[in-house]
Design a protein around this ligand. Structure first.
Ligand SMILES: Cc1cc2nc3c(=O)[nH]c(=O)nc-3n(C[C@H](O)[C@H](O)[C@H](O)COP(=O)(O)O)c2cc1C
Length: 172
């Protein structure tokens, strides 16, 4: 399967089976996070693995958008490690780096036969407080991961509606 076919096959999973994700698979997803490209290779990503009953209870209390997945990655940026642009005042690459990291993790999960969904619908302040994160660790996104339930389907029209190529890309 080539990359485009692989990418078209993936969809956001919002219904999970109870089956636990094996530790080897968790480690592979974390390896994909480790080797992702980041600005100047500063690697500002900090990832928390939420799989204990207590951690899952906390995150589920903050957002319903974990869809009861048995495993949730909390992907953060360390603002003391991220790249700060000398050209754009206040620019911090952390969010972009963490997004690339999360994309790597999402695609690795797919390759391992798992489902996932990228989640932004949560209050980062509540997450910081609930998990006692230091000031310089900024929550960027969540990635619930697990085996898709039998009824997991792509959400239409979100999954399969695309703008025209000529609208999104042009030659200058
Ligand atoms: C940056 C970002 C934030 C997202 N936030 C959420 C979210 O909070 N909740 C959710 O259910 N899906 C979320 N999604 C999933 C998108 O809705 C989904 O990727 C998009 O509709 C395309 O569908 P597909 O992933 O099934 O192909 C998010 C995706 C991205 C890239």
């Amino acid at each position: 399967m080539d990359f485009l076919e692989f990418s078209r096959k993936r969809f956001s999973v919002r219904s999970y089976s109870d089956r636990q994700v094996e530790d080897e698979k968790i480690q592979k997803i974390l390896q994909a996070a480790m080797i992702a490209p980041t600005a100047v290779n500063y690697q500002p990503q900090k990832i928390y693995v939420l799989k204990s009953d207590e951690a899952l209870r906390k995150i589920r209390g903050i957002t319903r958008s974990t869809y009861d997945a048995p495993l949730v990655f909390l992907i953060c940026s360390d603002t003391e490690r991220s790249w700060h642009s000398p050209f754009v005042k206040g620019y911090d690459s952390g969010e972009m780096d963490a997004s690339i990291v999360c994309t790597h993790m999402m695609l690795e999960a797919e390759d391992l036969g798992l489902g996932s969904v990228w989640v932004l619908l949560f209050d980062p302040h509540k997450v910081k407080r609930a998990f006692g994160l230091p000031d310089h660790i900024e929550p960027i996104c969540l990635l619930p991961v697990g085996y898709p339930a039998n009824d997991a389907v792509p959400y239409a029209p979100w999954h399969d509606t695309f703008r025209e190529m000529s609208d999104i890309a042009e030659e200058l």
